[in-house]
Design a protein around this ligand. Structure first.
Ligand SMILES: Cc1cc2nc3c(=O)[nH]c(=O)nc-3n(C[C@H](O)[C@H](O)[C@H](O)COP(=O)(O)OP(=O)(O)OC[C@H]3O[C@@H](n4cnc5c(N)ncnc54)[C@H](O)[C@@H]3O)c2cc1C
Length: 240
């Protein structure tokens, strides 16, 4: 299946909730913020972000469902520790006919082998078909079905194997996640996923995610030194 990224749910009234949490720190009545107009909320949230008072943003949380993504992507995603995850199991679910992600970079490329030349996509597909066969044969050898067969046969499954994952992150962690994973130095699959996730959270809470983008956009400069892509202007155009 194609990659699909959905925002399943998020905290209700989260922009006002973040304001209320912060107001409470400064001895104001947090409930009054719910009567205030959007202008005040916008200004207040901007002030909090500028001050670096970010803990109130932890009250706003977002749950995404990612489908048609690779294990390579989810392995990077789950490195972000301030989050909750539920992923389709390779132990409970058989992968006899597993789907896999094909990197676009393979298209039009040629692989040279002892047997001759072949196009990279065909070569890759052939490997995946062979892997599926090996998986099935090993699974049969291990009893043919159930957890005990799946759990060891899965050792042959590649990083490309398609998976589904549900992830919940709060807004503060998302600021960090976007700063790292929207950077042009991040890997393409997680970068494209992060881009879609940002568009989705912006639709529901534009004020919280105003000015959020890769680290160069959030900091106003690129901290990558010699590794910088030099595209801060383009990044600002895309995300500001
Ligand atoms: C371009 C790129 C290349 C990468 N390459 C590699 C690689 O080659 N090898 C590799 O192993 N990883 C790599 N990573 C992953 C990276 O090292 C982090 O594991 C990942 O980005 C998660 O971010 P994080 O650790 O900052 O924070 P998260 O887990 O998202 O946590 C957010 C913040 O909370 C704080 N925090 C969380 N846990 C702790 C803790 N235990 N102690 C103290 N503070 C904590 C930190 O301030 C942290 O920044 C790469 C990431 C990127 C973006």
């Amino acid at each position: 299946m194609h990659r699909t990224i959905k925002l399943i749910t998020c905290t209700a009234d989260s922009e006002k909730l973040v304001c209320a949490a912060a107001k409470l720190c400064y001895a104001s009545d947090p409930s009054t913020i719910f009567q205030n107009n959007g202008d005040e909320v916008t200004k207040f949230l901007a002030r909090l972000r500028n001050m670096g008072h970010l803990s109130p943003f932890e009250h706003a949380s977002y749950t995404f469902l990612l489908e048609g993504v690779s294990r390579a992507l989810t392995h990077q995603l789950v490195r972000h520790r301030v989050a909750s995850y539920s992923q389709r199991s390779q132990r409970y679910v058989s992968h006899d006919t597993f789907d896999y992600i094909i990197p676009a970079s393979f298209e039009g490329k040629t692989v040279h082998t002892d047997e001759g030349e072949t196009d990279a996509v065909t070569y890759y597909r052939t490997f995946m078909e062979h892997t599926a066969e090996v998986y099935k044969n090993l699974r049969d050898a291990l009893g043919g079905s159930g957890e005990s067969a799946n759990e060891d046969a899965r050792y042959v499954l590649p990083n490309a194997t398609e998976t589904k994952i549900m992830v919940t992150m709060n807004a503060r962690e998302l600021f960090h996640f976007f700063s790292e994973r929207l950077c042009s130095r991040a890997q393409w699959e997680i970068r494209e996923t992060a881009d879609r996730m940002l568009m989705l959270v912006r639709e529901v809470t534009p004020v919280i995610f105003k000015g959020i983008g890769p680290k160069c956009v959030q900091l106003g400069y690129c901290p990558e030194g010699k590794m910088s892509c030099g595209k801060i202007k383009e990044m600002k155009q895309r995300y500001m």
